[in-house]
Design a protein around this ligand. Sequence first.
Ligand code: MG
Length: 282
Amino acid sequence: MTFTFANVNGKSALISDGSFFDLEVISDGAVSADPMEALAEPETLHTLSSDLESFAASGMVDDVVLGAPVPRPANSFGIGLNYQTHVDEAAMDTPEVPMVFAKLPSCITGPTSDVQMRSGECDYEGELVVVIGSGGKDIREDRAWEHVVGLTVGEDFSDRGAQFMSTPAQFTLGKSMDSFGPTGPVLVSTDSFTDPADLELRTWVNEELRQHDRTSSMIFSIPELISFISRHVTLSTGDLIFTGTPEGVGFRNGVFLIDGDVVRTSIEGIGTLENRCISVPD
Ligand code: MG
């Protein structure tokens, strides 16, 4: 049975038909209120999800502010240059292996969080985010999906001035500034998708559609990314992989985000992030 998981006021919840169900309550304490611990129990989440109609809803999703579905990942990775259209617009060479950087956990925020811009060179990158369920080392490609608990939407906000302040580039710092990692609005279990490797992704700035592609356009597939990363790093429950962005980012035209811009990022079958960009003093 599929499930849709969310963070409501810091507590783990399941979502169905616009209602949320507090997981600690409906499981009689068997599932932790802490989203990080709850995600380690995917079988229980599947079972409870199949029986949600027997519980009273805890409230309506529209009445609450959702947090990051995975608020404190041990590791959070970003993949650079994973769509050929984006490689081309960036005038870079196509990577021969996945280009991995740290999207530091301290930058992870919720689906409607504001983004604090400390320069006039901030940019958006709409991305699919993979959430690891059962961790491991040296995960084989043909077993990789078994290690994914679900998918969510992410924005890989980037300060291009910080990212390219020097050579080689500073991907980790430029993409991990405080508030630069909105995620959510929910985590959708992998079995919810007809094909979790082929989802429509769109990003708007205000009302203008800027990015539109399918996740099947990735250069390195999700199993290839998991296998490659886990060869170097032991993966843990809740680890995030921002899988890269397609073409349409601002820096190709030198057009960056300005104070008050609203970036929306939507992925088929998951939902939409909506983040207001606010200029703050540097
Ligand atoms: Mg990116």
